[in-house]
Design a protein around this ligand. Structure first.
Ligand code: NAD
Length: 409
């Protein structure tokens, strides 16, 4: 099952509980616009290279569309569509006034020089500039993109449209970004993990955690959880996993990645594989890298009691069913990693108002938004005796569906 089939499956599960009509289901699943472009450019060595880029705008019933841009070799139209639809439900779950979109280029960004990466990004904006914008569709960072890429995007977009910082979020502070955006997704993962544990009369104190992926999301989640008393015993990235039952020195790992761009060469008690990390005997497992890592083949090996979906779509439907049957609680991606889009919204609000918040305000507003959404999801799940994922989808689809009907079709 690919990412799109998986997203449709989760949608259909929730839609059946909601008794949505087949026509409404089709309307909510069909993207409003799919853009596929050729990004052609000269590489540093003079060779011509061609990359394929996508922007899929899934739904704008609740506001301008919002979603990340991913630079990764696995990017294709189906994956982008799946991620765009997830954004529609995610923005609705945290009740921010946006729809959902997603985009990306099929490329390994580390294979490009900085100059090539910049040129490719600018050429991509040339192709997209008339369909994105602060009131249409607002990109943000995702896998393989960062604040620097967002800076190139805003600069290129402004060449066509004039001063326009709200056209993209996740920008550097010097270019109208917001304090707290970079940490937001990982911090949200940490806050929500704590909120979930509290429902089971547990706290972060001494809770053992394994995190797959040590990029933006994984590293900030690890830092938050470590700083708040949890014991992060395993981390990993594309170079493999590191395990230490006594707990990993997260600050040292963050420093290592800042210096070397990967965990390669970071020594801990044991080197493990990414697959072994998923099966460690820990309390909480946090997949924070790619989608589709927990499948029907390895779900039975999971020994954690809780799985927090920091990545988008890390648990495939067959695996989700197996985890459910084994009473393993899954905190779904459409809430678990919504901290990033929530603070992106705060950045956009500040840009629209030409006003800047301090870090304390951003953190407080983030905690409030995520806590309110978590409590609502929890209440729905408890009242209807359904898994957290179905409850979150019910919230998201319900809000988008009601907005669609109220606006008139
Ligand atoms: P990133 O590019 O900063 O980091 C990705 C990490 O995953 C890196 O450590 C990389 O080495 C690792 N990785 C890549 N391939 C791997 C593999 N095959 N096995 C193990 N590790 C691998 O990306 P990110 O922004 O941290 O995003 C991670 C996930 O979180 C993605 O699924 C993304 O869609 C999701 N997400 C990100 C944000 C955000 O604000 N950045 C928001 C919501 C969701």
């Amino acid at each position: 099952m690919n990412a799109y089939e998986s997203a449709c499956h989760y949608f259909a599960n929730a839609a059946s509980v909601m008794d949505l009509s087949p026509n409404m289901k089709r309307l909510l699943l069909t993207p409003e616009r799919e853009v596929k472009v050729q990004v052609a450019m000269k590489m540093d060595n003079g060779e011509i290279a061609t990359f394929v880029g996508y922007r899929i705008q899934h739904n704008s019933a609740r506001g301008p569309m919002k979603g990340g841009l991913r630079f990764h070799p696995d990017v294709d139209a189906q994956e982008v569509l799946a991620l765009a639809s997830l954004m529609t439900w995610k923005t609705a779950v945290v009740d921010i006034p946006y729809g959902g979109a997603k985009g990306g280029i099929s490329v390994a960004p580390k294979s490009l020089s900085d100059a090539e990466l910049e040129l490719m990004t600018r050429k991509f904006v040339d192709e997209l500039q008339d369909v994105i914008g602060p009131d249409k569709d607002i990109p943000a960072p995702d896998m393989g993109t960062n604040a620097q890429v967002m800076a190139w995007i805003v600069n290129q977009y402004e060449k066509y449209h004039g001063f326009n910082p709200a056209c993209v979020t996740g920008k550097p502070l010097e270019l109208h970004g917001t304090d707290g955006r970079e940490e937001a997704t990982g911090r949200g993962v940490g806050l929500l993990t704590a909120a979930m544990l509290q429902k089971f009369n547990r706290s972060l104190d001494g809770t053992t955690i394994a995190i797959q992926g040590f990029g933006n999301v994984g590293s900030f989640a690890a830092s938050y959880l470590h700083d708040n008393g949890a014991k992060v015993v395993a981390i990993s990235d594309i170079s493999g996993g590191r395990y230490d039952p006594a707990g990993i020195d997260i600050a040292a790992a963050v420093l290592h990645v800042a210096r070397h761009r990967s965990l390669d060469g970071f020594e801990t008690a044991q080197q493990i594989s990414n697959e072994e990390l998923l099966a460690l005997d820990v309390d909480v497992l946090i997949p924070a890298a790619l989608g589709g890592v927990l499948t029907k083949e390895n779900a039975a090996d999971v020994r954690a009691q809780y799985v927090v979906e920091a990545a988008n779509g890390p648990v495939l439907p067959d695996a989700d069913q197996i985890l459910h049957e084994r009473d393993i609680v899954v905190l779904p991606d459409i809430l678990a990693n919504a901290g990033g889009v929530t603070v992106s919204y705060f950045e956009w609000v500040q840009n629209q108002q030409y006003f800047r918040w301090d870090l304390e305000r951003t953190r407080a507003e983030l905690a409030k938004t995520l806590t309110v959404s978590f409590e609502k999801m929890w209440d729905i799940a408890t009242q209807k005796h359904i898994p957290l994922r179905s409850a979150a989808y019910l919230m998201g689809i319900g809000r988008v569906g009601r907005a669609t009907v109220l606006a008139g079709i």
